[in-house]
Write a protein that binds this ligand. Structure first.
Ligand SMILES: *Cc1c(COP(=O)(O)O)cnc(C)c1O
Length: 458
């Protein structure tokens, strides 16, 4: 008997009693597929001269693959990392009104592309785009799938085959593979690098301009900062130059802040320095691109706002059709726009998280410790710096308070909390696992404490 013939039959593995949970959760068909793959892999190893693994080992491997599949399914998690806009955790949590709207509009048909009064077809998102433009004081707006799409469309529609000027200090990678030079190459434009990594002056732009120039792109460097001997022209100055040469200036802002964060935000000055969309327009940018799920606080989406003629050019480009948003995005977005028009920032979760006063967070952590009773002796109140995240305001720490857990290796504590239901995600600082109160949503305290209780010795 060869080692190959000693491998178990697929159905035999699938029927193993150890896989009852996997069969129930994933269905027989998926478990069969996982078993088939595991056995095929073993067959290859046997052919390569390794001994055949026994059936129990193969079943264990299938169970492991099933667990991995289950834990990567979407589920709610508690964000105790202190990073408000955490891309891996879905960035901005949606306002309750958005969820209500999704519930209302998601179950049936809706007037996505129809003016119900006139019975005529209209552009999807037209109402939201008009409101957004009004909010930021722009002539027009366009909503697409994300900010990467907004930038791609702006360049692709306005400067195909032409030169796009970008400062060398702004040729950045934002994260998640969004790299300015690569987006530019894909959009069909030709990158012209201006100035140097640390210093770019207005004269550098002026010298780089020619009849081949299609647009000037100005990028918020987001998670990257050049300090020391550095310089770049003010946006307003660059806008004057662009206008005098009849070349559009596109600003990739990223964050999408449309209200001054100002002093009401915990850390004051540093966050106050983040430019708003309005400010970029006032400074003379012809188009401003931003994410709707970062500081704007809505569902994943990207917006372009600016002058009528340029926005119309973008909307009419074939790429716009490929990048258009879905009905669920628009349904979730409209209540966010409504909250802004009503000046009701308390309805926007991201803003409530950013504005929570430090004293309240300290009180909350103290109350967690008290509720942990004797187990609280393994914890401490730790003053921390939370972060805005999402590639924006990387340099601006948000003063915060965390529950520090110190009993055993922090990575083991972290992995035990990730296995809680719902999983709790913290961050490790030295020998301590920190659970930052700034990003734990109201109403999640009890679930968080239950998970913590289970990992701390009595
Ligand atoms: C986040 C960001 C992007 C990418 O936006 P997505 O909405 O994630 O596509 C692009 N540019 C800047 C400056 C950003 O901060």
């Amino acid at each position: 008997m060869t080692d190959l013939s000693r491998l178990p039959k697929v159905q035999h593995v699938v029927d193993a009693p150890e896989l009852v949970r996997a069969r129930r959760a994933l269905g027989r068909r998926s478990v069969t597929e996982l078993a088939r793959r595991a056995i095929a892999e073993c067959r290859q190893r046997v052919r390569a001269g390794e001994p055949a693994p026994d059936e129990r080992e193969i079943v264990a491997r299938v169970a492991q693959a099933a667990d991995a599949r289950l834990s990567s399914r979407l589920q709610r998690v508690i964000n105790a990392t202190g990073v408000v806009l955490h891309t891996n955790l879905g960035r901005a949590p949606l306002p309750a009104a958005s969820l209500a709207q999704l519930g209302e509009l998601g179950v049936g048909y809706l007037n996505l592309e129809l003016d119900v009064e006139l019975g005529r077809r209209v552009r999807r998102g037209a109402a939201a785009e008009a409101t957004l433009a009004e909010l930021v004081g722009a002539q027009a707006g366009l909503i697409v799938n994300n900010n990467a799409a907004a930038v791609l469309l702006s360049i692709g529609a306005l400067a195909p085959g032409r030169e796009v000027l970008v400062s060398r200090g702004e040729l950045v990678e934002i994260g998640g593979g969004f790299r300015i030079p690569e987006i530019l190459a894909r959009s069909g434009a030709v990158l012209v690098e201006v100035g140097t990594t640390n210093r770019t002056r207005l004269e550098d732009y002026a010298r780089a301009m020619s009849e081949r120039t299609g647009l000037i792109l100005r990028v918020h460097p987001s998670n990257f900062k050049v300090t020391g001997f550095s310089e770049r022209p003010a946006l307003a100055g660059l806008a004057r130059l662009a206008r005098s040469r009849g070349v559009p200036l596109v600003k990739d802002l990223g964050g999408g802040l449309i209200v001054e964060l100002g002093s009401s935000v915990a850390s004051g000055a540093a966050l106050g320095a983040e430019p708003t969309v309005q400010r970029c327009l006032e400074d003379g940018a012809d188009l401003v691109c931003f994410s709707l799920d970062k500081l704007f606080g809505g569902p994943q989406g990207g917006a372009v706002v600016g002058s009528d003629d340029l926005v119309a050019k973008l909307a009419g480009d074939p790429l716009a059709r490929a990048l258009r948003v879905g009905k669920l995005t628009l349904a979730a977005l409209e209540p966010v726009l409504h909250a802004y028009t009503q000046g009701d920032l308390s309805a926007i979760v991201v803003h409530t998280l950013l504005r929570a006063p430090l004293e309240r967070l300290v009180e909350r952590v103290e109350s967690w410790r008290a509720q942990l009773g004797a187990r609280g002796r393994h914890t401490a109140l730790v003053r921390t710096d939370a972060a805005v995240g999402g590639g924006t305001l990387a340099e601006a720490p948000l003063p915060s308070a965390a529950l520090g857990l110190s009993c055993g290796p922090p990575d083991e504590l972290a992995s035990a909390l990730r296995r809680a239901c719902p999983p709790v995600l913290g961050r490790i600082a030295g020998e301590v696992l920190l659970l930052d109160a700034r990003t734990v949503l109201p109403g999640e305290d009890e679930l968080l404490l239950r998970a913590v209780q289970a990992v701390l010795p009595a």
